[in-house]
Design a protein around this ligand. Structure first.
Ligand SMILES: [Zn+2]
Length: 258
């Protein structure tokens, strides 16, 4: 979608988005600017001198766009696996933040974003608990079972990296070597590094249990190093978590080419 004000294009081409359209319509209304949307050209026209321009057909247009947006991942089942939980805190940052809290917060934000695009989300956990519910069940196999029983189309496992040296930094995405997982991993890795500005440690093969035994394309993301104080802030901040979730969501949309 492009925006034109008084005959001049604003730089950039942005994805049509309900919140943006409603905001633009409200701003134009309060400034008494004319605004209308040319659906054919995906163009918002704003006229500061002529408020008599027909108003943006908010209701019908927005409803249609919402349907489009919502349909993009319709029928897709995505399993999100926030690493650790309950008595297993995962790694601990220098200021005391816990990996299990960061992974859950990111996964919950990602769930929301994917659901807005029509996906069905299955969480291995959605609170601070382990996934295995009986003492004799292995934690990792419980996580794999959730994804396999749901017949999910994708499995996304979220972790924070940690190392003894506090200078270790960056993002890594792991896969188990099959073509589809590699494709998803490379999209996620690229988007995350661009958005977070972290060091690119690359997409790597790993024989992690959750990657080996899930029946669908699956990846494990080490978003950043919780043992590094700068990246610890990124992982525990609202913005850092939201940017992480946004990047993963965009990568999934690109993976499905929608
Ligand atoms: Zn972990």
């Amino acid at each position: 979608m492009r925006i034109m004000i008084d005959g001049h294009y604003l730089p950039g081409n942005i994805r049509v988005n309900r919140d943006l359209l409603i905001t633009l319509a409200n701003i134009a209304k309060s400034l008494k600017f004319g605004i209308r949307y040319d659906a054919q050209r995906e163009l918002v026209l704003i006229n500061s001198k002529d408020s008599s321009m027909p108003p943006l057909p908010t209701d019908k247009y927005v409803e249609e766009r919402i349907e489009d947006e919502n349909a993009r991942l319709a029928g897709k089942v995505i399993c999100l696996d926030p690493g650790h939980g309950g008595s297993d805190s995962g790694a601990k940052g220098p200021t005391g933040t816990l990996e299990k809290d960061n992974t859950l917060a990111i996964a919950l934000l990602l769930k929301e974003k994917l659901e807005r695009n029509g996906a069905t989300i299955v969480m291995t956990r959605d609170s601070d608990t382990p996934v295995a519910c009986t003492a004799d069940q292995e934690e990792l196999s419980a996580r794999v079972d959730v994804a396999n029983h749901a017949e999910a189309d994708l499995f996304i496992c979220i972790h924070n990296d940690a190392f003894t040296s506090s200078t270790a930094a960056g993002t890594t995405t792991f896969h188990y070597g099959d073509k589809e997982s590699q494709k998803l991993a490379s999209l996620v890795q690229q988007n995350l590094v661009e958005k977070l500005g972290t060091k690119n440690r690359g997409c790597r093969f790993a024989s992690f249990y959750v990657l080996r035994y899930t029946n669908m394309p699956s990846i494990l993301i080490e978003v950043a190093f919780i043992s590094n104080i700068v990246e610890e802030m990124l992982l525990s901040s609202v913005d850092g978590r939201d940017n992480t979730a946004e990047s993963i969501c965009n990568s999934i949309l690109r993976y499905f080419k929608v």
